[in-house]
Design a protein around this ligand. Structure first.
Ligand code: HEC
Length: 152
């Protein structure tokens, strides 16, 4: 009788040990909300219908006022940026509110710099690099979308 009880009991105990380890892992992830998202795989963006761009970064957004770029950017943003910067560009507090990013080429330069370097400090990725990960057509479209949501 003792035998038949111990085996399931032992299994139960080892299961709860595994659950404990999993819970610990989850807890340490949630301690650093932004970095926990840092290594998420970038989502592909459909850039069909956009004028193709050259090799180098333009100094300002070549798609400003382009309707297709606005569409591409809305979807590209919501799939790649919203998890940190908030749906519809309204930040929930994890990352800066991008509606405040300067309009025009000043905002563009800041945007380019962020796409190239992300935000990595002391080996922790707060924001991943997107330059070379998503095509520049997608990135400028996202910039177009962000600018359309600008508030002062
Ligand atoms: C993993 C979370 C995360 C993702 C995903 C992310 N960001 Fe960020 N982003 C941050 C954080 C955190 C900062 C603030 C960095 C700092 O404190 O230096 C930031 C800063 C920025 C800034 C500078 C804002 C300012 O006011 O200085 C821009 C622009 C930006 N992100 C654009 C984007 C775009 C565009 C995307 C999607 C292509 C994106 N980010 C995806 C977390 C993220």
């Amino acid at each position: 009788m003792t035998h038949t009880l111990t085996a399931p009991l032992r299994r139960l105990l080892s299961l709860s040990a595994v659950a404990g380890v999993l819970a610990l892992g989850a807890a340490s992830l949630f301690n650093t909300p932004a970095s926990a998202h840092g290594d998420v795989t970038p989502q592909p963006v459909d850039i069909s219908g956009l004028p193709k761009l050259g090799e180098e970064w333009e100094s300002e957004n070549p798609y400003r006022g382009n309707k297709r770029a606005l569409e591409v950017g809305a979807s590209g943003y919501n799939q790649n940026c919203a998890r940190c910067h908030g749906l519809e560009v309204i930040s929930g507090g994890i990352a800066p509110d991008l509606r405040k990013l300067d309009l025009g080429d000043e905002g563009d330069s800041w945007f380019i710099m962020r796409m190239q370097s992300g935000a990595v400090r002391n080996g922790i990725t707060y924001m991943p690099v997107f330059d070379g990960v998503l095509p520049r057509e997608a990135l400028w479209s996202i910039r177009t979308y962000i600018e359309s949501k600008h508030v002062d």
